[in-house]
Design a protein around this ligand. Structure first.
Ligand SMILES: [Zn+2]
Length: 166
């Protein structure tokens, strides 16, 4: 899979892809939302570090467990930042994630493309397209959990980066 994300051409490509995938509905949505850049080993580290949903806000805990990236990869990359550090990831349930990405609530069957387009516009303008009010408490929780893991002698796996332009 190509990992490069061209923010300029992305929304168009994404839209046509989503149009094809639209009949799959929520499965596709959760796939897109969790389209993180963590490696499988890094995800496993965070899952083991957290042991269940760590969402700090009030919510009806349930659903699938997700390794949530607090600052989404697409947004981080736009800012020129690496999103794949342990303090940016937190294990949360899919119910909690719906509070963060409220634009995915009550989504019509053919509306995924529209939501993604809206996100693309916000991304270009550097405006967060998720509910940021949980970012700080989630980061705090992830930092505490990461420090605990470090104390226990567990290290966040590093990934070999492909070519570095320099
Ligand atoms: Zn939960």
């Amino acid at each position: 899979m190509a990992k490069s994300i061209e923010s300029s051409s992305r929304s168009g490509q994404e839209k046509s892809l989503l149009r094809k995938l639209a009949p799959l509905g929520l499965l596709t949505v959760s796939l897109l939302v969790s389209l993180g850049a963590y490696s499988e080993k890094q995800k496993a580290f965070i899952k083991e570090r957290d042991e269940g949903c760590q969402f700090p806000g009030e919510h009806n805990c349930g659903g699938k467990l997700i390794i949530h990236q607090i600052k989404p990869p697409a947004y981080s990359k736009k800012e020129g930042l690496d999103p794949d550090y342990p303090e940016n990831g937190l294990t949360i349930c899919s119910n909690a994630q719906r509070l963060i990405y409220s634009d995915l609530q009550r989504i019509p069957r053919d509306g995924v493309g529209k939501v993604m387009k809206q996100r693309g516009i916000k991304l270009k303008q550097g405006i967060p397209y998720w509910n940021t009010s949980f970012d700080m408490p989630m980061s705090t929780q992830a930092t505490i959990k990461t420090q605990q893991a470090k104390t226990d002698g567990r290290e966040f796996p590093t990934v070999k980066r492909r070519k570095k332009s320099k």
